[in-house]
Design a protein around this ligand. Structure first.
Ligand code: GLY
Length: 396
C-alpha cells in the first residue's frame, strides 16, 4: 500500500543552562543527534566562568589513578581521555581551527625523598588501573625534557595524559555550535524555570528538556505551574578557588606538562601556565600575590628558566566542586531535568564523556554504566545540608 510517509517527529527541544566547556560540549553532542538546542548563560562570553581559566590538562592518569576510593571516577577519566583524540579532531573540523591538542604525555618529577616515594605509589596505582606509567632514569628525564632542573631525584612519564588550550577549545566549540544552528543566549540569567507540560524559561521560550551545567553557580529554581517550588534533589555546589600564573613563552621553556605534588606547569603556545592553589569553599576571584609568588618559586625549582621569565598575567577561577568531589551527571529529581555538574578539577577532560552520557540519557533514556556512580540525587538531604559529605551509598 502506498501513501505519504509518516509525519516526522518534531526535534526534541533542549535548553542548556551554562556556556562552559561542559554545557557547550553537551550542546554539540545533542545537536549532532538531531535535537534543537539553545545554551543560556548569565555572562557574555563562552566559558566565562571557570572554563576559560582552566589549564587544559587532560590528566586522566595523574589526577585519578591514585584515588583509590574513586574507581568509577578513574574509569570515567580513562574513557574521557580515550574520546579526546577524536573530539579534538571534531572540534578542529567543525570549529575551523586548532585546539593545540597534544599527546606528548605528562611528566611527574620528584625533588625530595618523600616525592620519590609518592611517585612510586603513583606508578603502582597507574599500573593497577592500566594507565601507562614509565619510570624514567634521570638521564632519560633530562633528554625528554631538557628544561628540567639537574638536581631532581626521580621522574615518571604518563604517556596517556594529554593537553589542549582551553581558550581555543571554547572558540572552536562556539564556532561549531553557531555553524550547526545552536542558539547561544548570552546575558540571560536563568534563575527560575516553570515546569509544566514543557519547561518555560524566563525569556518565554519552551523546552522539552533542561540540562543544568552552570558549574559553581546555584542551580535555577524550578517551580510548578502554580508556583510551588520543586526540588531538584541536588546539593549546593562547593566552590574551590584556584589561582594560576601565566608566564611568557620562552625559548628554553618546557615542552611537556610537568607535575609535582604541589605545582603543575602546562606550556601552551600563548603562555606557560603554572598552577594552582586549591582553596575550598572560596568563591572569590581575588589574586593573592603571595600565592602567585609561591607557585612561581615551586615551578622554578622544577624548571629554573621560569624564575625570571616575564609574568603575563595571573588569575583565579572557581572550580565547581561537589560534597564528595565527584561529578553529578544524570537526571535530577525532576523528570526531564538533567545535571552535568561538579566536574571540579577536570571539566575540560570530562567534557566529551559527560556530553556522550547526557546525550544518551536525554535522547534515548539510556543510563551509561559509566555514570551510575554519579547519580546527581545520591546525596542525603541535599537541601538541608548542602555541604555535607554524606552520600547515600556509593559503588565507587
Ligand atoms: N585541573 C587543574 C586544576 O584544577 O588546577
Amino acid at each position: 500500500m502506498s501513501g505519504s510517509p509518516p509525519p516526522r517527529k518534531p526535534a526534541l527541544r533542549v535548553a542548556i543552562v551554562g556556556a562552559g566547556v561542559v554545557g557547550l560540549s553537551i550542546a554539540l553532542e545533542l545537536r549532532s543527534r538531531g535535537a534543537d538546542v539553545a545554551v543560556y548563560d548569565r555572562g557574555i562570553e563562552l566559558g566565562g566562568g571557570v572554563s576559560i581559566r582552566a589549564a587544559g590538562m587532560l590528566g586522566a592518569a595523574f589526577e585519578w589513578a591514585a584515588e583509590h576510593d574513586k574507581r568509577a571516577l578513574a574509569a570515567l577519566a580513562r574513557h574521557a581521555g580515550q574520546l579526546w583524540p577524536d573530539h579534538a579532531a571534531r572540534l578542529e573540523r567543525l570549529g575551523g581551527g586548532p585546539v593545540e591538542y597534544s599527546r606528548e604525555g605528562a611528566l611527574v618529577v620528584a625533588r625530595t625523598a618523600g616525592e620519590v616515594e609518592w611517585i612510586a605509589s603513583l606508578t603502582a596505582a597507574c599500573q593497577a588501573r592500566s594507565f601507562s606509567a614509565l619510570t624514567l632514569p634521570l638521564k632519560d628525564l633530562a633528554v625528554r625534557e631538557p628544561a628540567l632542573a639537574p638536581d631532581l631525584l626521580g621522574g615518571l612519564w604518563l604517556a596517556d595524559d594529554q593537553q589542549v588550550d582551553p581558550v581555543l577549545v571554547l572558540q572552536r566549540l562556539g564556532a561549531a555550535l553557531a555553524r550547526t544552528g545552536v542558539g547561544l543566549r548570552f546575558g540571560r540569567q536563568v534563575d527560575r524555570i516553570t515546569a509544566g507540560q514543557h519547561f518555560l524559561m524566563p525569556d518565554g521560550e519552551h523546552y522539552d528538556r533542561v540540562v543544568i551545567a552552570n558549574g559553581a553557580q546555584p542551580a535555577p529554581v524550578f517551580v510548578g505551574p502554580r508556583g510551588a517550588r520543586l526540588s531538584l534533589g541536588l546539593p549546593a555546589p562547593v566552590p574551590v578557588k584556584g589561582q594560576i600564573l601565566a608566564i611568557a613563552p620562552i625559548e628554553q621553556g618546557p615542552r611537556h606538562v610537568i607535575h609535582t605534588r604541589d605545582v603543575y606547569i602546562a606550556p601552551k603556545s600563548r603562555w606557560i601556565l603554572v598552577g594552582a592553589t586549591t582553596e575550598r569553599n572560596r568563591a572569590d576571584t581575588e589574586v593573592d600575590r603571595d600565592a602567585i609568588a609561591q607557585l612561581r618559586a615551586r615551578a622554578a625549582a622544577l624548571v629554573p628558566a621560569l624564575a625570571d621569565a616575564p609574568e603575563l598575567t595571573a588569575w583565579a577561577g572557581v572550580r565547581p566542586g561537589s560534597p564528595d568531589d565527584q561529578p553529578l551527571i544524570g537526571q535530577t529529581a525532576i523528570p526531564g531535568v538533567f545535571a552535568a555538574l561538579g566536574h571540579y578539577r577536570n571539566g575540560v577532560l570530562f567534557a566529551p564523556a559527560t556530553a556522550e552520557i547526557v546525550a544518551d540519557q536525554v535522547i534515548d533514556g539510556k543510563v551509561s554504566p559509566l555514570a551510575a556512580a554519579f547519580d546527581p540525587t545520591r546525596f542525603d538531604n541535599p537541601d538541608a545540608a548542602p555541604h555535607s559529605p554524606s552520600v547515600k551509598g556509593s559503588d565507587n
